[in-house]
Structure formats: structure tokens, C-alpha cells
Design a binder for this molecule. Structure first.
Ligand code: C5P
Length: 401
């Protein structure tokens, strides 16, 4: 699992630092490339020279390097980007707290903030420090940022006390990371585009044509995908919903044409695209620049067609797995199958307005999933998060087949 992986080992200043010599040995033996960045206090516990010999790479301690009378800059951004995995071991209470709070007063912390890869940390401290609420807070915060803790083990501590707080043994650290990687999330490394919500088509500066879509289904699909490891671009029309997730980039648009542009900009790079938005099929041909005044008699609005985003994505499809939605009131299955083929889809999700609880606005939905081989699966009435889960199960089983 670790063969060929670039591992950046961050060592902070605790007695367990002496064990990192064995850790580096094991990582190298497992076929990893290792670079070490350490804090000044860590260098009192373990020699940088030992670590650089074992890792076959220079060990970095500070932003500025002084060598043979000349100064050079250790580029933390480059280091952070180099790594496939960052492992902070031992992670002292001090370093954990600084990592959790964005403090950046040494090279290890700056590198941590620059790293885009998964970060593991192996706490090491005395038992009461490990139990302290502030340490627990730091750990919870770090985990909420997506960092992964390798739990401390129990045993004799440097203080002479006995309890939980010893850094996990190097062999166990390696086992932990290997297991974690093997469990790899099913959508990790996948890029996903999702459209959601209604579109608003301007009539004048204060009026628009719209529909009742809330965006809930699309937002749930985005959340589920990100939790399964995907990097998600969620293009949403006007909605009250918001979302905070490190795996989701939310792009807010208003009209169908804006949604079309936002989708095509990213589509070539995507692995999966799901169009769950209720896009207005028509827009007013002329948008008044001033608020339209009422007059005697009727008023006629001339409408023109909006681009069909899903169809255009189907037509420019290369490797993407493309999924559409169909909200039908009659001949549901036949219409959905027709749409699937006409728009070059890999699958279509049908929700029928005839089913109570399905469709716009509500918290539940009832769907039928149809793939391009016309394999049909009908689900019962479920909450939208459950429906999102079912849809992703169906997609994942097909993209991994
Ligand atoms: O053809 P119909 O509008 O019923 O198809 C619905 C599907 O097409 C949905 O997936 C919807 O997001 C998508 N769509 C679109 N652009 C449009 C109209 C619909 O992407 N202009």
C-alpha cells in the first residue's frame, strides 16, 4: 500500500521522537519515499543526521537554511504539495493545539497548512495531558478538518506513570495507515458535477420566471458524493440552501444560461455529472431594463428556448458517467427511457408526480433508477438523504464494474 508513496513525516518535540528512526526505516522498507520536517525541540530528542541518513533526504528544521555560509529558503508550499501523505508523529499537545488553530510559527506547521494530501497524526503525551479537554478539543477540531488520528496506546510513560498517551508503535502506525488507505472511499479521486435548484429567468429587474424546486435533492447528492470521497462542484440555481464541506465547491448561478456556462467550464474534467436542477425550458425573449408598468388589457410575454444543459453534456460526453432526472406525469417509464436515449445518458432517475411525497419541495422522494441497458430498479418512499445514497450506490456499482 505504501510502495511509491511520498510521505512527509513531521516530528514534534516529545520523547517518542526517538521512535521515528524506526518509523522511517519501516516506511522506506515498505517502498515509500520519506522526507522529514521537524521542530527545533524535536531535534533535542532525535538527531537530524540519523533521520536524514535513514530517509536518504535532507531533514528540514527551519524556514531558512544556513549551509557553508550561504542562506537558502526551505519552501514549505513545495514540500506540502510534494507529499501524498503527511504524518505528524509524535504529535505533542503543543503541536496539536497549534495545528488545530492555524498557528504557523515553524516549518512543520507551515508545511501542514500547505499540504493538500491526507494528514495523519499520532499523539504522544502524558496521560493527563492526553485526557485534558483542551487536547480533546484540538483532536476533535483536527478530525473535523479531515485529518486522521492514529490513537495513542496505553503503557508505561516517560513520566513513570502508567496509562494512555504513548505514541502508537511504529509498526502499528504503518498498519493503521495501510488499513486506512485500503479502505479507500469509493469516490476518492473522482470529480463530480451536480446541478441543483431552479433557475430564474429575468422578465425585468424585479421579476422572473421560476419554479418550485428547492435544490434539496441536488444538495443531498453533493453531500453524499463528498462524504464518499469525491471532489464535487455543485452548480446551484437560486436556493436558500447552503453547504460547508471541504469536498464541495458551490457555484451559485441564476439563469439557465449561467448554469450552462458554469457546467461546460468544468465538465471536460469530470468523472460523473448529475443534472438534478429544474432548469427553466424558456426565458423571456426581451428583458425589460426598467420595471414593467401595468397597463389596460392583457400582456404577452414572448418566450424563447433555453439551452438544454443535460442534452448538451450528453452530446459532448467523452468518458463521463452522465445522469439525468425526469419528473413525469404521464407515460413515465416510456418518457424517461426516451429521454435517457435522446440525451445520451448513462442513467436516468425518474420521479413520478403521481407518487405522494415524490418530487419538488418535500423532504422525501420516490425514485426509479434506469440505466442505459434499460435495467430498471424501483425504490420505496425515502428521505432525500436516503435517496441520494441509493442513487450513488447505483452509480458506483456501474462506474466500478
Ligand atoms: O427534458 P426534461 O427537461 O424533462 O429533462 C429533465 C432533465 O434535464 C433533468 O436532469 C434536468 O436537470 C435536465 N435539464 C437541463 N437543462 C434544461 C432542461 C432540463 O439540464 N434546459
Amino acid at each position: 500500500m505504501l510502495g511509491g508513496k511520498k510521505i512527509l513525516l513531521g516530528i514534534s518535540g516529545g520523547i517518542a521522537a526517538y521512535k521515528t528512526t524506526f518509523l522511517v526505516r519501516l516506511l522506506i522498507k515498505a517502498g515509500a519515499q520519506v522526507k522529514v520536517v521537524m521542530t527545533q525541540s524535536a531535534s533535542s530528542f532525535v538527531s537530524p543526521l540519523t533521520l536524514s541518513t535513514l530517509s536518504k533526504n535532507p531533514v528540514l528544521l527551519d524556514f531558512v537554511n544556513e549551509e557553508d555560509g550561504s542562506l537558502s529558503w526551505n519552501n514549505h508550499v513545495e514540500l506540502g504539495l510534494w507529499a501524498d501523505i503527511m504524518l505528524v508523529a509524535p504529535a505533542t499537545a503543543n503541536t496539536l493545539s497549534k495545528m488545530a488553530n492555524g498557528v504557523c510559527d515553524n516549518l512543520l506547521l507551515a508545511t501542514y497548512l500547505s499540504a493538500k494530501c491526507p494528514v495523519y497524526f499520532a499523539p504522544a503525551m502524558d496521560l493527563d495531558m492526553y485526557k485534558h479537554p483542551s487536547t480533546k478539543n484540538s483532536i476533535t477540531k483536527l478530525e473535523s478538518y479531515g485529518n486522521v488520528m492514529i490513537p495513542a496506546e496505553s503503557g508505561e510513560l516517560a513520566s513513570g506513570l502508567h496509562g494512555e498517551g504513548r505514541m502508537a508503535e511504529p509498526e502499528n502506525i504503518i498498519k493503521f495507515i495501510e488499513k486506512h488507505l485500503a479502505e479507500g472511499l469509493p469516490l476518492s479521486g473522482k470529480k463530480v458535477l451536480i446541478t441543483a435548484g431552479p433557475t430564474h429567468e429575468a422578465i425585468d429587474p424585479v421579476r422572473f420566471l421560476g419554479n418550485k424546486s428547492t435544490g434539496a435533492m441536488g444538495f443531498e447528492l453533493a453531500k453524499k458524493a463528498a462524504n464518499l470521497g469525491a471532489q464535487v462542484i455543485l452548480v446551484s440555481g437560486p436556493t436558500h440552501l447552503s453547504i460547508e464541506h471541504s469536498g464541495i465547491t458551490l457555484v451559485r448561478v441564476t439563469s439557465a444560461r449561467e448554469m450552462y456556462e458554469a457546467c461546460h467550464k468544468v465538465y471536460p474534467d469530470m468523472d460523473v455529472a448529475i443534472c438534478a436542477a429544474a432548469v427553466a425550458d424558456y426565458r423571456p425573449k426581451h428583458v425589460a431594463s426598467e420595471k414593467i408598468k401595468k397597463k389596460e388589457g392583457n400582456m404577452h410575454l414572448e418566450l424563447e428556448r433555453n439551452p438544454d444543459i443535460l442534452l448538451s453534456l450528453g452530446e459532448s460526453k467523452k468518458h463521463q458517467f452522465l445522469v439525468g432526472f425526469a419528473l413525469e406525469t404521464q407515460n413515465e417509464l416510456e418518457n424517461a427511457k426516451d429521454k435517457l436515449q435522446r440525451k445520451h445518458l448513462d442513467a436516468i432517475v425518474l420521479n413520478s408526480l403521481k407518487d405522494d411525497g415524490a418530487g419538488f419541495g418535500g423532504t422525501t422522494n420516490k425514485i426509479t433508477f434506469i440505466d442505459k441497458n434499460l435495467e430498471i430498479k424501483t425504490f420505496g418512499l425515502k428521505t432525500k438523504p436516503e435517496v441520494a445514497s441509493d442513487i450513488w450506490d447505483e452509480i458506483i456499482s456501474r462506474i466500478h464494474a
